[in-house]
Design a protein around this ligand. Structure first.
Ligand code: 3SL
Length: 233
């Protein structure tokens, strides 16, 4: 039986050997939800960066620069980190350079994996099917917030573990904890997450609609995958 594990924070990545695993990076609010939305609307590629400065230099190479720090669009960047900025005909064919507080950091830390794919509730079942048919053991890497655990990424991990429970065995207790949490939350995830730290943070920035959108399940069927450091659909 293949196995599944959950890394609850990128700070715990040193505990995991990923060279033979498929890693699913998740940052529900909002980086990986933006990436999935962007590919669903036809962007050509997204190059993730951990550092702002490096990301910004891509502007001179014809890239659209996207970025946030602490939830706010970065000065000098073309786009921020709202999924609504990645919809419609104007994003079709774009090459995007992207940096975020946690999501792109988690991608950076996952680069030693056999393969890296991008997950969100928006493409949940596409991710599940891919993991089911694939031959690798799985690690879900939750982006969290500045090294700390968050609820929304843990819930996504739990949803994957729940849906694959008959096919992938847990490697330790983190997948079990995530699964129990998801089962407790799934009837009303909006309510369950209402007191979570990042939802409060987004509310302070007046971006509650992003939160509700990012909890939409299976709106898109795209599967962003990292190839030579670049995400493609
Ligand atoms: O940390 C990240 O990667 C972002 O998704 C955070 S925020 O939702 O833009 O604040």
């Amino acid at each position: 039986m293949k196995t599944i594990d959950v890394c609850l924070s990128p700070e715990l990545m040193h505990l995991y050997d990923v060279h033979d695993r498929t890693v699913v990076v998740v940052d529900i609010l909002r980086a990986t939800s933006c990436m999935v939305t962007a590919f669903a609307h036809g962007v050509e590629s997204i190059t993730p960066f951990a550092q702002l400065e490096k990301c910004l230099t891509m502007k001179t190479k014809g890239y659209v620069t996207s970025g946030e720090r602490d939830g706010k669009k970065v000065e000098g960047f073309d786009k921020g980190n709202s999924p609504f900025e990645y919809m419609g005909d104007q994003v079709r064919g774009l090459k995007i350079a992207f940096t975020t507080t946690n999501g792109t950091q988690a991608i950076e830390k996952s680069k030693g994996a056999k393969e890296v794919i991008i997950g969100s509730f928006l493409n949940l079942n596409t991710v599940v099917k891919y993991l089911l048919l694939g031959e690798n053991n799985v690690l879900i890497v939750c982006a969290g917030w500045k090294g700390r655990v968050n609820l929304e990424d843990t819930l996504f991990a739990g949803a994957i573990v729940e849906k694959l429970k008959d096919y992938l065995g847990p490697d330790c207790d983190a997948p079990l904890a995530a699964r129990h949490l998801y089962n407790q939350a799934k009837a009303d995830m909006t309510q369950f997450l209402s007191e979570s730290s990042h939802v409060k943070r987004l509310n302070r920035l007046n971006i509650h609609k992003d939160f509700e959108f990012c909890l939409t399940t299976d709106l898109y069927q795209v599967l962003p995958k990292l190839k030579n450091g670049v995400l493609v659909a």
